[in-house]
Design a protein around this ligand. Structure first.
Ligand SMILES: O=C(O)CCC(=O)C(=O)O
Ligand SMILES: [Fe+2]
Length: 113
């Protein structure tokens, strides 16, 4: 785990992530800052976990000027800035940022079932 450094995003589609905080105990969680520069996107995917239920609360700190829209099958709660969803179950994606830069604060945790 690399803390406080920009790292290439998992889907390798141009976005970057920075791990701000994370722990495995008592509840596994992570807190990332995500940065989507012009031309970046995330194709439709799910984020599986080995066991338990993955929850994620994303707060859009800065919207792109154009593009960069979050799309999710079945969000638990969604407003223009707040997206709460089950990334292991609900397919989600981010459309290509056409102009500007998008920033997201992303808090994820896994509930053991
Ligand atoms: O940036 C977003 O809105 C979603 C990123 C994503 O795929 C995730 O948080 O699992
Ligand atoms: Fe995801």
């Amino acid at each position: 785990m690399k803390l406080w450094r920009w790292d290439r995003g998992r889907q390798n589609s141009g976005y970057e992530k920075m791990l701000l905080l994370g722990a495995k105990w008592p509840i596994p969680f992570d807190l990332y800052l995500l940065r989507f520069g012009e031309g970046s996107s995330i194709p439709p995917h799910t984020d599986r976990v080995e066991s338990g239920r993955h929850h994620r609360l994303n707060i859009v700190l800065r919207q792109a000027r154009a593009g960069g829209d979050f799309l999710c099958d079945q969000p638990i709660y969604e407003s223009s800035r707040i997206k709460y969803f089950r990334p292991d179950r609900a397919e989600h994606s981010v459309s290509k940022v056409k102009s500007g830069t998008r920033y997201v604060l992303s808090l994820g945790w896994v509930r053991r079932s």
